[in-house]
Design a protein around this ligand. Structure first.
Ligand SMILES: [Zn+2]
Length: 100
């Protein structure tokens, strides 16, 4: 059992008879249609996508600020913030794709 499976709520799928009680391996691994995990998985996938999109919005905002900023010191500050957001985005890769 991996970390993702350990953190899944128990008792979600007792009766679907399709997944044979096997827990999904990751947030984006395929699960049988109408499996009891599908609702939970769907919600968690949407949360993941929302996090990714929020970070991408921040990236766009910072890029615009960098373009529109005159002072080098300020530009550097924004570039540092940009790097931080890119590394947060990288961290999200462990939970699923980040191309949303
Ligand atoms: Zn199931």
């Amino acid at each position: 059992m991996n970390d993702f499976q350990k953190n899944l709520p128990t008792r979600l799928c007792l009766h679907c008879n399709k997944c044979e009680g096997k827990y999904p391996e990751s947030l984006f691994s395929p699960i049988p249609k109408n499996c009891g995990f599908s609702g939970y998985i769907f919600l968690e996938q949407e949360k993941h996508k929302q996090k990714v999109r929020k970070l991408k919005e921040q990236i766009i905002g910072l890029k615009v600020q960098i373009i529109n900023t005159e002072g080098n010191a300020k530009k550097k500050k924004y570039e540092k913030a940009l790097e931080k957001i890119y590394s947060k985005l990288e961290e999200l890769k462990q939970f699923g794709p980040i191309d949303f």
